[in-house]
Design a protein around this ligand. Structure first.
Ligand SMILES: [Zn+2]
Length: 279
């Protein structure tokens, strides 16, 4: 990990897959059985009790045992299926859960995925079942957070307790992502983040500030490698991440490119044919 990282992430033991756990009054968490280096213990499916049935936030990956577990935990009384974004580990189970329960799907008006259309498109500021949608692109262009009651906000993969988000162009946008972090900080009222992966995050603003500081530190370091001679993102990775495992190099290059595109949009760097220099 880079020297300028000082983000205090949370960890947790592997959950009992298939068993919904109480998290806060009226909210349960069901972790999907898709653990991995990008998904931690698995995708979090959130179950919110409501007068008209259960609202499901992020049905999870295409997994029959997981869909069965959601149906069992809700008694099949699902009122609606909300999506924070349409990456496959979040939307994969939507069709099967809809077929099993008859519940409609709701997601951002312009889904990033071509093969998914929400039954009810929602936009920034829309309110559904007591949840207010916040359009927070960056990790994904169609990403929504959902602000609930009692200071609870469902943050999807925009802010997670266990790790930083992947921001990979062209759909991922570093400028949007950092703007979205600042937007969450301007909301003074949130006290509990429930993200797409990892355990619940109390006192969330400290972690968001650290994440923002981490990105700003990396941006400064990238800017410092630029000069009058054009340089490739791969060379910046070699300069900044000494001894990086070759398997992680590609991901690091995507991140560096995301920062370069942000710097380019701000007129601080210029890119031409994949090579970058100071503006
Ligand atoms: Zn995810």
């Amino acid at each position: 990990m880079e020297a300028w990282v000082s983000v205090a992430f949370l960890t947790e033991a592997a959950p009992s897959y298939g068993v919904a756990e109480d998290v806060a009054p009226g909210v349960r968490r069901l972790v999907a059985p898709n653990p991995g280096p990008m998904t931690y213990r698995g995708t979090n499916t959130w179950l919110l009790d409501g007068a008209d049935g259960v609202t499901v936030i992020d049905p999870g990956p295409d997994s029959a045992p997981h869909v069965d577990a959601v149906v069992a935990a809700t008694g099949g009384h699902v009122a609606r299926i909300l999506l924070t974004h349409t990456h496959s580990d979040h939307v994969g189970a939507a069709a099967a859960l809809k077929a099993a329960t008859g519940a409609p799907t709701l997601g951002f008006t312009r889904p990033q995925r071509q093969d998914f259309r929400p039954d009810h498109p929602i936009a920034d500021g829309d309110t559904v079942a007591g949840l207010t949608a916040l359009h927070t692109p960056g990790h994904a262009s169609d990403h929504l957070c959902f602000a609930w009651r009692d200071g609870v906000i469902f943050t999807g993969d925009h802010v997670m307790s266990w790790n930083t988000s992947i921001v990979s162009p062209p759909d991922g946008d570093m400028g949007d992502y950092m703007h979205g972090l600042r937007r969450l900080l301007t909301r003074g009222e949130d006290t509990l983040y429930l993200g797409g992966h990892g355990p619940p995050l109390p006192e969330p603003h400290a972690l968001v500030r650290a994440m923002l500081g981490h990105r700003m530190g990396r941006e400064s370091a990238i800017l410092a490698t630029l000069g009058a001679e054009p340089i490739a993102p791969a060379a910046i990775v070699d300069a900044l991440y000494a001894g990086l495992d070759s398997g992680l190099k590609r991901a690091a290059e995507r991140t560096v490119l995301a920062h370069l595109l942000k710097l380019g949009a701000e007129g601080r760097a210029v890119g031409d044919d994949g090579l970058w220099k100071l503006a």
